[in-house]
Design a protein. Structure first.
Length: 743
C-alpha cells in the first residue's frame, strides 16, 4: 500500500455542501424506525414483529436489504460525527439480529421471504435462475451481502464484538450451504446478482482470523464476467452494471488479502474501462441500469442514466485503488463523481435521493420517497452521505495527502498533528490549511493539483509564495518542519471547459472547475423563463465556453441567438428542469438542421406526453416494477437492446398502467426473425388481441405494432395484465419494448 486512509473517526467534515448533506442524512437515519426494518427478520425467525414492515421494496422479495444499509449508515455516521444516538441504534439492531439468529438455531438470519427454504433447495443442488432471481427469490445473496456488510461496519466502527460473532455464525451457515456444490453448480448460483459476497467474506476472514472464509470468498469468482476482464476484454455491454461493480470491489479486497496479482489486474482494467469508456460527465455510468458499448454514450441519454448505487460502488472501488498507487487521477475521478453525482443525487431541502440521476435533455431529477420506496439507492445513500470524510486525507510514512478540498479536519495521531482545512470549495478554488502540533514535526504535505487546473495552482506557506511549477493530476509536495499555526494557502483558478461525448464531438457538457454546469430551464430573469430549445447552442464548443460568464451566486450566463441561457452547478439543481449535454451547431448547420431537430424534439415530446407506462423487458427494475412473471422464459440483447422471449411452450406476463376513462393503445416492439417456431397469443386481461408468427426475411429488425385496447379491457381500471403465451411446442417472439399510450 502506498497510502492509508485515516480512520473515519479521525476526520470531521465541518462546513459546506457535504456537511449539509451529512446533516440531512443523519436526520433521516434517526427518523427511520429500526423495528419496522427488523419486522420481517423477526417474522421469519418465528418471533412476533415489534412493528409492521415498511412498504416499497421492504414489502417485496428483497426485504431486509435496507436493514443492512441502515446498520452500515448508522455505524459510518457515528464514526463520522460521534453522534451517540446513532451508535445506540446500531447496538439495538445487532441485539435484535442476535435474537433472530438464536431463534433460527443454525446461524442463519435474514429478512428474505422464504429464504431459509430457498437456501435449503440450493444446498440440495436444486438451483434455478432466470437472470434476476434465484429459486424464485429476488437476489437473496445480494440482500445477504448487505447484512454481512452492516454487521462488519458495526464491528469495526462501533467496536461491537457481538456483531462479529453474529457474522461468523452466518458465515459458517453459508459455508455449509455451498459445501457440497460443484464449481459448475456455484456458477449457476452466481448467475443471479450476489452483490459483493467475495468482499465481505474476505473482510470476515481478516476480522475473525479464520481462513475458511477466504476460501469461501474464492467460490464467488464469477467466471462468466471475470474471465473476460482478467483477459483484458471489455464485454460489459448489455450487462447489469451494479451487478458487476461489487464483484470487482471483492476482487480488490482479495488482492489485498492474498497478494494474488490476478485480482489487481481485474480491478485496474475494470476501473479504467468504466471511468474512461462507460461514464458520463458527472462521473456516473449506465443507462437503465445497464452498460452499453464502450465510448458510445450519445444515444444513451434519458431519465434512466446514472444509477446512484453504481457511483457509490465506484467510489468505494476508487478508495481501494488510491491506497495501492497513490495517484492523483484516482482522486480526480473521486472529486468529479462525489460532487456531480453523489451530492447531486440528494435533494438539498428534504434529503430525498435519486435512483437514477437523469441526463435527459430537458429532464428533471426524480427523488424516491424516504419511507415508501426503500430502493437500493435509498439504501446506499445512507452510506454515501455518511462517507464524505473517507477520502479527503490519506497518509503513508511521513506523507499526508490532501486529496479533496473540503472544510474539514484530520487528526494524525501517530505524529501528534491536527490539520484543519477551511474553504468554500467547490464554489471557489481557494482555501487554507492550518497546522496544529505541540512540537515541531517533519512531514511532507502532498496537495493535489486537480485535472481541471488549466491555469495552474499557486500556493503560499505563511504568506510566502511557493516558487514551484504545478502540473494537473499530480501532487505539490511541501516537505518541511511544521510548527503550530503554520498556514498553507492554495488558489486554483477555475475556468469554463468543454467535455464532449466520446462518440459525438458536437454534443457537449460544460464544466467550471470541478463543477458540471447545467442549463437551467426554469431560471427566471427579467420576467421570462428559459428559451424554447435550451439544449441547442450556436457556435463552436470552445467559442461558447469562452462566452459563458459567472454572474455571481453560482449563476452563469451566455447569450445565444439573442436569447439568454442561464446555467448553474448541477448539484444545486433539484426542482428545475435542466440539460447537462448541449447540441452545438454552426449557424450554417443550424439553418439546415433546425426543422428536423424541432420535428424530432416535438415527436419525442408528443410520445412522452401520450405515454401512460413504459416497460423495458429483461431489465431487473422495470420487470420488478411491472410484476413480471413467466415460465420457460429467455432473455437476450441485440443492438444493445434487451428483449424477452421464450423456449417452446413458455409464457410471460406483466402489469401495465392504463387510463380508466379514456381509450388506450398498446405498442409492442418485436425483434422480427425467420424462426418458424414463433407462434403465440397476446392477451390483455384475458382478452385475446392477436396471434402472430412474425416471420421475416430481414433478420433482426425491430418493428413496433400498435394494438387498440377494447374499452371493456380498460374501463374502470388503472392497470391491466399483458400476457404472451406460446402455442404448444412453439415460442413467443422476442419482445424488446412495451408501451401504453393515449389513443
Amino acid at each position: 500500500m502506498k497510502a492509508n486512509a485515516f480512520d473515519l473517526q479521525h476526520v470531521r467534515v465541518e462546513a459546506g455542501p457535504l456537511k449539509h448533506a451529512m446533516d440531512l442524512n443523519t436526520a433521516y437515519l434517526l427518523k427511520l424506525d429500526a423495528d419496522r426494518l427488523l419486522s420481517r427478520f423477526r417474522e421469519y425467525a418465528g418471533l412476533t414483529p415489534k412493528a409492521p414492515h415498511y412498504e416499497g421494496w421492504e414489502s417485496r422479495g428483497i426485504s431486509g436489504h435496507t436493514l443492512g444499509h441502515y446498520l452500515s449508515g448508522c455505524s459510518l455516521m457515528y464514526a463520522s460525527t460521534g453522534n451517540e444516538e446513532l451508535k445506540q441504534r446500531a447496538e439495538y439492531v445487532v441485539k435484535e439480529l442476535q435474537a433472530c439468529q438464536d431463534a433460527h438455531g443454525n446461524g442463519y438470519v435474514s429478512g428474505v421471504p422464504r429464504g431459509k427454504e430457498l437456501f435449503e433447495e440450493i444446498k440440495a443442488g436444486d438451483i434455478r435462475s432466470q437472470g434476476f432471481d434465484l429459486n424464485g427469490g429476488w437476489v437473496p445473496l445480494y440482500t445477504m451481502h448487505k447484512l454481512f456488510a452492516g454487521l462488519r461496519d458495526a464491528y469495526t466502527l462501533t467496536d461491537n464484538t457481538l456483531a462479529l460473532n453474529i457474522e461468523i455464525k452466518l458465515g459458517e451457515w453459508l459455508e455449509d450451504v455451498f459445501a457440497e456444490l460443484t464449481d459448475e453448480q456455484m456458477q449457476q448460483v452466481l448467475h443471479c446478482e450476489f452483490g459483493g459476497m467475495n468482499e465481505v467474506l474476505t473482510d470476515l476472514a481478516e476480522h475473525s482470523g479464520d481462513p475458511r472464509f477466504l476460501k469461501l470468498a474464492e467460490r464467488f469468482y464469477h467466471g462468466e464476467v471475470l474471465n473476460d476482464i482478467s483477459s483484458g476484454n471489455d464485454t460489459l455491454a448489455g450487462r447489469h452494471a451494479n451487478t458487476q461493480i461489487p464483484k470487482i470491489i471483492g476482487a480488490a479486497r482479495q488482492f489485498e488479502a492474498s497478494g494474488d496479482a490476478k485480482y489487481a489486474d481485474i480491478t485496474r482494467f475494470f476501473w479504467d474501462r468504466v471511468v474512461h469508456h462507460h461514464s458520463y460527465v458527472i462521473g456516473g455510468n449506465s443507462y437503465n441500469e445497464h452498460f452499453g458499448e464502450p465510448d458510445h454514450l450519445n444515444d444513451r441519454l434519458g431519465e434512466g442514466t446514472c444509477e446512484t448505487c453504481n457511483t457509490y460502488n465506484m467510489l468505494k472501488l476508487t478508495r481501494h485503488m488510491f491506497k495501492w498507487d497513490a495517484l492523483a487521477h484516482y482522486a480526480d475521478y473521486y472529486e468529479r463523481a462525489m460532487f456531480n453525482h453523489i451530492l447531486a443525487s440528494q435533494n438539498p431541502v428534504d434529503g430525498r435521493v435519486c435512483y437514477f440521476v437523469s441526463l435527459e435533455m430537458g429532464g428533471q431529477k426524480s427523488f424516491n420517497s424516504q419511507f415508501e420506496d426503500f430502493t437500493c439507492c435509498v439504501g446506499s445513500s445512507m452510506e454515501s452521505h455518511s462517507l464524505y470524510g473517507s477520502a479527503i486525507y490519506f497518509h503513508q510514512a511521513n506523507n499526508l495527502f490532501v486529496n479533496q478540498f473540503v472544510s474539514s479536519s484530520v487528526q494524525w495521531k501517530e505524529l501528534g498533528v491536527v490539520l484543519q482545512q477551511v474553504t468554500r470549495f467547490p464554489e471557489v478554488g481557494t482555501g487554507r490549511i492550518i497546522i496544529h502540533t505541540e512540537q515541531k514535526t517533519q512531514f511532507a504535505l502532498q496537495i493535489r493539483c486537480p485535472y481541471w487546473a488549466l491555469k495552474g495552482m499557486s500556493i503560499k506557506v505563511n504568506g510566502e509564495v511557493l516558487a514551484q511549477e504545478t502540473t494537473p493530476s499530480t501532487y505539490v509536495a511541501l516537505d518541511r518542519e511544521w510548527q503550530e499555526g503554520d498556514i498553507v494557502e492554495y488558489d486554483i483558478p477555475m475556468s469554463v471547459r468543454v467535455e464532449a461525448m466520446p462518440d459525438n464531438a458536437k454534443r457537449v457538457a460544460f464544466m467550471y472547475g470541478p463543477q458540471v454546469l447545467a442549463g437551467d430551464y426554469d431560471h427566471v430573469a427579467d420576467n421570462h423563463t428559459e428559451r424554447e430549445l435550451p439544449a441547442v447552442l450556436i457556435g463552436s464548443p470552445e467559442d461558447i465556453a469562452s462566452r459563458i460568464k459567472p454572474l455571481g451566486n453560482q449563476v452563469f450566463h451566455v447569450t445565444d441567438r439573442e436569447s439568454d441561457v442561464y446555467l448553474r452547478p448541477f448539484y444545486q439543481l433539484h426542482d428545475h428542469r435542466y440539460t447537462v449535454y448541449f447540441d452545438v451547431f454552426t449557424p450554417e448547420e443550424w439553418t439546415q438542421t433546425e426543422a428536423e431537430y424541432r420535428e424530432s424534439a416535438a415527436y419525442q415530446a408528443m410520445l412522452e406526453e401520450r405515454t401512460i407506462d413504459f416497460m423495458q423487458p429483461a431489465e431487473m427494475q422495470p420487470e420488478r416494477d411491472h410484476e413480471f412473471e413467466g415460465e420457460h422464459v429467455n432473455l437476450g440483447k441485440i443492438y444493445n437492446r434487451k428483449y424477452r422471449d421464450t423456449w417452446p411452450s413458455g409464457w410471460f406476463s406483466f402489469s401495465m398502467k392504463v387510463l380508466s376513462d379514456a381509450p388506450v393503445s398498446l405498442a409492442i416492439t418485436y425483434l422480427k426473425t425467420s424462426d418458424s417456431k414463433i407462434r403465440f397469443q397476446l392477451e390483455a386481461d384475458g382478452t385475446n388481441l392477436d396471434q402472430r408468427t412474425l416471420e421475416s426475411e430481414e433478420l433482426n429488425q425491430l418493428e413496433t405494432f400498435i394494438y387498440e385496447l377494447p374499452e371493456k379491457v380498460t374501463v374502470g381500471k388503472d392497470k391491466i395484465r399483458i400476457k404472451f403465451t406460446s402455442e404448444h411446442g412453439y415460442k413467443v417472439a422476442p419482445v424488446a419494448a412495451v408501451r401504453t399510450v393515449k389513443r
